[in-house]
Design a protein around this ligand. Structure first.
Ligand SMILES: *Cc1c(COP(=O)(O)O)cnc(C)c1O
Length: 406
C-alpha cells in the first residue's frame, strides 16, 4: 500500500479543517504576545532564586502573565504544582471548607481526582466533610434539566466543570457549552464556577474564563507549557480564590510571598509563548492520524470530521497484535528512547495489562507524541500530542508500515 499517498489524500481532504486550526493559532498567538508586551516581560524575569525566594520577580511575573492571557483578576502559575491533579487538589482544598457541598456538572471527575474527592482516611475532601455531587452528562453534553433540578433543590458552595473528556469517550466541551452552563448556574447561585481546563487551553480563541468561569486550572506539562515547561501547573481566576490557593500551595498567611526555583524560569515563559502553536501542531497531528486511520477502515473517536477534537484520538484496532505493533512503532519513531520496546505489563491500579509508548523529552508529557492503551477489546489506542506536525506525519507513515506489513 502507498501510505504516503493515503497521507497526502487525507491532508487534501481535510485542508479546510487544517486551515481552521491555523486561524485559531493566529488569534491566540496575538493574545499571548500582547500579554507578554503588556506585562513588560524582561530577560531578568528568567533569573533563578533560592531559599525563601523573597522578591523573586520571575515567579511573580509568570503568574501575572497567566492572568493576562486568561483575562482574569489574578493567577498562580508555579513549578511547585507537581501535576494537574496536585493543582486541582490545592484549589479545592484552598477554596472549600468543611461541610461545603460541590456539584460537578460533568459527571465524576477525572480518574486521578477520585482519591482527592472520595478517598477514605487519607485526608481527602470527603474526610473533611466536603461532599461532591455529580450530574451525569446526557449525550455528551451537560444535562440542563438535571443541573436545574439539583440547583433548585440544594445550596452548593462551588460548581465544577471538566472541559476535556479525559479517558471517557465523549467530546470535549466547547467554551460555548461552558458559557451556557454558566448562565444556567447563575439563575440559581453565585457560587464559584471552577473549570478543570486540562487539554483545553488554546484549542479555541476563548477560554472558560472569558465566558464567566471564576477559576480555570491546568497542567504545565500539557497545553500551556508548550512542551517546554519541565513541570508545574496554573490556576487563573478571581483574586479572592487565587489567594486561597496560594495559601494552600505554601501556607495560609504566607501564600505567594515565598517559593524559589534554582533553575531559569525561561522555559515556562517560552513554553507559554509557543503554546498556541504547539497545541495546533498536536491537534493537526491528531486530525491526520484520525483521517488516515478512518481511510484504512478503523473507527476513531472523536472522528476526523469532528471539529471539537482536542489533542487525544482513540483508535479502535479490534486486533491485539496490530494495536501492540502500532504502539511499538510510535516508540520506535520517537526522539527519546526509540530503541526501547514497550510491552504490555501489569500496571498497578489497572485491571487489564497496559502498554505505553512515550519517547518524550518531559516525562509523561502528553503534549508530546505518545500512545497508551489498556490491552482489552476493542483494543483502543489513545494517541496524543505531537510537538511538530511533521514528526507525527513521519511517525504515522512508519506505524502504518510496521503494522500492515508484518
Ligand atoms: C491530565 C488531566 C488532569 C490532571 O492530570 P495529571 O496527570 O495529574 O496532570 C486532570 N483532568 C483532566 C481532564 C486531564 O486530562
Amino acid at each position: 500500500m502507498d501510505y504516503d499517498k493515503i497521507i497526502a489524500e487525507a491532508e487534501r481532504e481535510y485542508a479546510a479543517e487544517f486551515a481552521r486550526i491555523d486561524s485559531i493559532v493566529l488569534e491566540n498567538q496575538k493574545k499571548v504576545l500582547d500579554a507578554f508586551i503588556s506585562c513588560r516581560v524582561s530577560a531578568r524575569h528568567f533569573a533563578p532564586s533560592t531559599g525563601y525566594g523573597y522578591g523573586d520577580d520571575g515567579r511573580d511575573k509568570l503568574s501575572e502573565l497567566f492572568a493576562a492571557v486568561f483575562h482574569t483578576e489574578a493567577a498562580l502559575a508555579s513549578p511547585h504544582f507537581a501535576s494537574g491533579t496536585h493543582t486541582i487538589s490545592c484549589a479545592l482544598f484552598g477554596i472549600l471548607m468543611p461541610g461545603d457541598k460541590v456539584l460537578s456538572l460533568t459527571g465524576r471527575p477525572y480518574d486521578t481526582l477520585a482519591s482527592v474527592i472520595y478517598g477514605k482516611g487519607i485526608g481527602s475532601l470527603a474526610d473533611f466533610g466536603i461532599t461532591f455531587e455529580c450530574t451525569a452528562l446526557s449525550g455528551g453534553k451537560i444535562d440542563d434539566k438535571a443541573v436545574k433540578k439539583a440547583l433548585a433543590a440544594n445550596k452548593y458552595d462551588a460548581l465544577y466543570i471538566q472541559r476535556s473528556p479525559g479517558y471517557e469517550r465523549r467530546k470535549g466541551l466547547s467554551t460555548a457549552d461552558i458559557k451556557e452552563a454558566v448562565s444556567l448556574c447563575r439563575q440559581y447561585t453565585e457560587a464559584p464556577i471552577i473549570v478543570d481546563n486540562c487539554y483545553g487551553e488554546f484549542a479555541e480563541t476563548l477560554e472558560p474564563s472569558d465566558v464567566g468561569a471564576d477559576l480555570v486550572l491546568g497542567s504545565l506539562i500539557k497545553n500551556p507549557g508548550g512542551a517546554l515547561a519541565p513541570t508545574g501547573g496554573y490556576a487563573a481566576g478571581k483574586k479572592a480564590l487565587i489567594k486561597r490557593i496560594e495559601g494552600r500551595l505554601t501556607a495560609p498567611g504566607i501564600g505567594a510571598e515565598i517559593g524559589s526555583y534554582e533553575h531559569s524560569y525561561r522555559n515556562f515563559y517560552q513554553g507559554l509563548f509557543v503554546a498556541p502553536h504547539t497545541v495546533a501542531q498536536a491537534r493537526k497531528g491528531g486530525l491526520l492520524a484520525a483521517a488516515v486511520m478512518e481511510k484504512l477502515g478503523y473507527a476513531v473517536f472523536p472522528p476526523a470530521n469532528d471539529p471539537t477534537g482536542d489533542i487525544v484520538r482513540v483508535i479502535d484496532f479490534e486486533d491485539k497484535d496490530k494495536m501492540i505493533r502500532f504502539c511499538q512503532a510510535v516508540q520506535a519513531a520517537s526522539p527519546v528512547d526509540a530503541f526501547a520496546l514497550p510491552v504490555p505489563w501489569d500496571m498497578p491500579g489497572y485491571e487489564d495489562q497496559v502498554i505505553m509508548a512515550a519517547g518524550t523529552f518531559v516525562q509523561g508529557s502528553s503534549i508530546e507524541l505518545s500512545a497508551d492503551a489498556p490491552v482489552r477489546p476493542p483494543y483502543s489506542l489513545y494517541l496524543q500530542g505531537g510537538i511538530t506536525y511533521e514528526h507525527t506525519k513521519i511517525a504515522l507513515a512508519r506505524c502504518l508500515r510496521a503494522f500492515c506489513e508484518q
